[in-house]
Design a protein around this ligand. Structure first.
Ligand SMILES: [Ca+2]
Ligand SMILES: [Ca+2]
Length: 77
């Protein structure tokens, strides 16, 4: 139980910095960015872009994937 709490706190702490930037895009507030949410923020976004960013292929972009994409310049400007 303690371990689970610790992991949760770590995840929240790690996500907090990246989430502040993406919270405006996360219109349904689930903590993940769907293709449509990213498309609203980046009209140039294509499904290919999205697939490249969604590295674990779960159909949504999380804070870590967003950070990698930002660092790698994968987001259309
Ligand atoms: Ca969302
Ligand atoms: Ca993902």
């Amino acid at each position: 139980m303690k371990k689970i709490v610790l992991q949760t706190v770590t995840v929240i702490a790690l996500s907090a910095t990246a989430l502040s930037a993406q919270s405006e895009m996360d219109t349904d507030g689930d903590g993940l960015l769907s293709y449509n949410e990213l498309l609203a923020a980046y009209p140039e976004m294509t499904e290919e872009n999205f697939t490249a960013i969604d590295t674990n292929s779960d159909g949504a972009v999380d804070a870590d994937e967003m950070k990698v994409a930002t660092d790698a310049g994968l987001l259309p400007s």
